[in-house]
Design a protein around this ligand. Structure first.
Ligand code: DAH
Length: 339
């Protein structure tokens, strides 16, 4: 039996020494020293030995067990150290490698021009007012002198949440909201998103942007309107720009007009940009209708005002020669990174 114990010892020591992995080492421990391990199984047969041999065999077995346990422990510490070193080597960071470039975004062309327009009006003493995109029928139509059966509603069909609540079709309702809260003098612009139930194509989108303007004070006349808008256009398109006003109709202004800018590409001769017209329409405007002032408890005998509304997309498209409005909303980086 002593020989058998020595044999077990020898093979165990060899195996432990050549072991490379912690899990293999754990298996070896079970194989030799576990409850059903080789050494234990052998010792179960000790009963068959003559009593005088039992003592020395038992002592040998204990010695071998202790030796193997010690070997296992040492080897385990050794393997763990190697594994840790390998891990550190593989995770090494080369601090001399060039860094990754951080991608900085661009301002969207619509935001860029909107800011430019805002700044021009702020420079003339206007402040910025905001209104909700989900609006009531009253503010979007009724208070602007567009009653339920008015034909102007046909061109401004929109998305209804219910009979009374809708997505605003224009920024003009902000005029009403401002006049309800603030008494003259009033000088505001209101940029924002508006909605109409149009199908998407190169020049239409169910969502687009307008910038509204409103001035109310004593003695405001059509010449204030013309002077202000002319100055605005010269700041936006350059000192040599020309504008003209054409009579038009809007229910909430009287008189009303549309303002055209002389085509900055052909200087009025007619080209593809202005579709041969020589002039490009950029906004609607007029003197605030007395009915609208009265609706907001402002006395039209004392006060008067002018208003205007311009479509942002069209201005930006002309500015950068963009021929398809869908490009603004598709978030294609190849398009956006050009601005
Ligand atoms: N809200 C008008 C539209 O969407 C544009 C407009 C015209 C606004 C005349 C005005 C204005 O303030 O005076 O067609």
């Amino acid at each position: 039996m002593k020989e058998q114990i020595n044999e077990i010892r020898e093979t165990a020591v060899k195996q432990i020494n050549s072991c490379q992995k912690t899990n293999e080492l754990t298996n070896l421990k079970v194989e030799y020293l576990g409850k059903k391990g080789k050494l234990s199984l052998l010792l179960k047969q000790m009963g068959k030995l003559p009593p005088e041999e039992r003592k020395t065999v038992g002592q040998l077995a204990n010695k071998v067990r202790n030796e193997l346990e010690q070997n296992l422990e040492q080897k385990m510490a050794q393997i763990k150290l190697i594994e840790q070193e390998n891990k550190m080597k593989s995770e090494k960071i080369d601090v001399t490698l060039p860094g990754q470039k951080f991608q900085i975004g661009n301002i969207h062309p619509l935001s860029k021009v909107m800011k430019e327009i805002n700044d021009i009006f702020i420079g003339m003493g206007f402040s910025i007012a905001e209104g909700p995109e989900i609006e009531t029928d009253y503010y979007n139509f009724e208070a602007l002198n567009i009653p339920k059966d008015h034909p102007a509603r046909d061109t401004q069909d929109t998305f209804y949440i219910n009979d009374n609540i809708l997505l605003r079709t224009q920024t003009s309702p902000v005029q009403i909201r401002v006049m309800e809260k603030q008494k003259p003098p009033i000088r505001i612009i209101s940029p924002g998103r508006v909605y109409r139930s149009d199908s998407v194509d190169a020049t239409h989108s169910p969502v687009f942007h307008q910038i509204e303007g409103l001035v109310v004070d004593k003695n405001i006349t059509m010449s204030d309107l013309k002077g202000t808008l002319e100055l605005f256009v010269k700041k936006l398109y350059g000192e040599d720009s020309n504008v003209k006003f054409r009579p038009h109709h809007f229910p909430f202004t009287e008189p009303s007009a549309e303002m055209d800018v002389m085509c900055f590409s052909c200087k009025g001769k007619g080209c593809s940009l202005c579709k041969g017209e020589g002039w490009i329409e950029i906004l609607g405007c007029g003197m605030v209708h007395p009915k609208v002032l009265k609706e907001c408890n402002i006395d039209p005998e004392i006060y008067s005002g002018f208003a205007f509304g311009l479509g942002l997309e069209r201005i930006v498209m002309r500015r950068y020669n963009i021929d398809d409005l869908r490009l603004f909303f598709e978030n294609d980086m190849r398009f956006l990174s050009q601005f």
